[in-house]
Design a protein around this ligand. Structure first.
Ligand code: EPZ
Length: 454
């Protein structure tokens, strides 16, 4: 029996430090249908982009997650009117945008990384900005040097303060030639959100090209921006004097879709993920099939099932169109049930495998190689910061008490507990609700047996 508080009333309603605990009784396959809404990693950026418009914007399929709430309160702190048109549809009107007090910005920054993307739009709008120190998942030190170098190249003056950074652009912002040392998603977004209103043209080399980036380019083009996407990760932006508001439906959340697919593998389930699309998940689907999963592409989503016995694989995370780093944590849970030895090379972040300790407490057999590993037929160039996980299976999982460390690791604990025999206590689940809308309702709809303890 599940005791589900409504998300609105839950005391830790999306609070990323929420003390909420899930008591999970595992050993049952998840089966049924869930709907994924707009991508967490696009919706929040499109909300920031509304600051650039001279008129109101409408954003559709916005997920009800705390990362969105954090950005909403930051926008409102700057005088942007954000209204709920209907469920999942926001109207954002920046016509009264003003500077915000530093402590007010600080109060709303939460544990999100998105505030760093306010730099360009606020500099265009107000000529100055204060960005608090960033939060976000502890999966590496998450530097922002690419962001600050790019902002300086546009002509911004960047001052480091104890609690964040203060920026100003006394002469306004001008186009720049920027070459990213690594195809950073955030740094690419920083450049896009700044270049569209800068005087002159900007050439960005080494850009990230994730589907969420391309969707953000779509948002900006709707506003009046001139952005051309050229071969070999080159993006060319011609700055314009003004932009209008947009009306946009967010791309679906590939990370949530992949998470539910891995839940089907781990629990021997059968999950239809409404809203999932093949094109943006091609690489994931290849791995899903190699592990032994079967999927059916429908008009309105994708059905994910475990086919035969799970098989071991070697996976390397990489920038798009490679296997996303956000997909490896739920996949590793499924690989604990594969008959043989799997290897996951985490090449994007230097500390995104720590969550596996708790899986070993549940009976998994995972060894981490902090300096990474050489593997035959590797295709992704080795990076100094990469790590590797070697997963031996199948290992039956048993219940344990675990504490959620980060967004995707936390989700992975939930599916591990659902796959395990016996009862688990998964605490601090507020972090998971940063990125998974209506998590408890979806688990219940899939037949999970759990209680929520506030
Ligand atoms: C975005 O983070 C996503 N977050 C992450 O998703 C995702 O894992 C990541 O992109 C990679 O796809 C959001 O969009 C809010 P990066 P971001 O800049 O932009 C290094 C989730 O689970 N780097 O592409 O912060 C960095 O250390 C989250 O939804 C610098 O060195 O990622 C990392 O090694 C987790 N200097 C690599 O680049 C910089 O200035 C990739 O980071 C910026 C980044």
């Amino acid at each position: 029996m599940n005791t589900l508080p409504s998300v609105e009333t839950a005391p830790n309603n999306g609070d990323v430090h929420g003390g909420t605990t899930l008591v999970i009784r595992g050993g049952r396959p998840l089966a049924g249908r869930v709907e994924v809404k707009g991508a967490k990693n696009l919706a929040t950026k499109a909300m920031v982009a509304s600051l650039l418009g001279g008129s109101a914007s409408v954003l559709r399929d916005v997920p009800d997650i705390s990362d969105v709430r954090v950005v909403r309160s930051l926008l409102e702190a700057h005088g942007v009117h954000v209204d709920d048109v209907e469920e999942g549809v926001l109207r954002l009107d920046p016509s009264d945008a003003v500077s915000a007090e530093m402590d007010e910005i600080d109060a709303h920054a939460g544990s999100s990384r998105i505030p760093i993307l306010f730099c360009g739009p606020l500099l265009h709008l107000l000529g100055h900005a204060f960005i608090p120190d960033l939060g976000g998942c502890r999966i590496g030190d998450r530097p922002i040097d690419f962001h600050l170098d790019a902002l300086r190249a546009f002509g911004a003056v960047v001052e480091k303060l104890p609690s964040g950074i203060r920026l100003s652009a006394p002469q306004g912002l001008h186009g720049a030639n920027i070459s990213l040392p690594y195809p950073s998603v955030g740094a690419t977004e920083q450049v896009l959100l700044t270049a569209v209103r800068a005087k002159g043209t900007t050439e960005l080399r080494g850009a990230a090209i994730e589907p969420e980036i391309m969707d953000l380019i779509g948002v900006l083009q709707k506003m009046g921006a001139i952005i051309s996407y050229e071969p070999n990760r080159v993006i060319f932006i011609e700055g314009v004097d003004e932009l209008a508001g947009y009306d946009h439906r967010c791309i679906f959340d590939r990370n949530e879709a992949a998470s539910w697919a891995c839940a089907a593998l781990a629990t021997d389930g059968d999950i239809f993920v409404g809203g999932a699309k093949q094109q943006e998940m091609l690489t994931f689907l290849n791995v899903f099939r190699k592990v032994g999963g079967t999927f059916d592409i429908a008009e309105d989503g994708i059905r994910f099932r475990r086919g035969a016995e799970l098989k071991p694989v070697m996976v390397e995370t990489d920038v798009h169109p490679g296997f996303m780093t956000d997909w490896q944590q739920p996949l590793i849970v499924a690989l604990t049930q594969a008959a043989g030895t799997s290897i996951v090379h985490e090449t994007v972040y230097e500390n995104r495998l720590g969550f596996t300790e708790a899986l070993n407490q549940m009976g998994a057999d995972i060894v981490i190689h902090p300096q990474g590993l050489d593997s035959p037929d590797r295709r992704v160039a080795r990076r100094a910061l990469e790590q590797a996980a070697v997963i031996n299976g199948p290992t039956p999982l048993h219940g344990a008490d675990v504490v959620v460390p980060d967004l995707r690791g936390g989700y992975s604990y939930v599916i591990a507990a659902l796959a395990a025999k016996g009862e688990s206590h998964v605490s601090n689940v507020g972090i998971i609700r940063r990125g998974y809308e209506k998590l408890f309702e979806k688990l219940a709809a899939l037949g999970a047996d759990f209680d929520v303890v506030e």
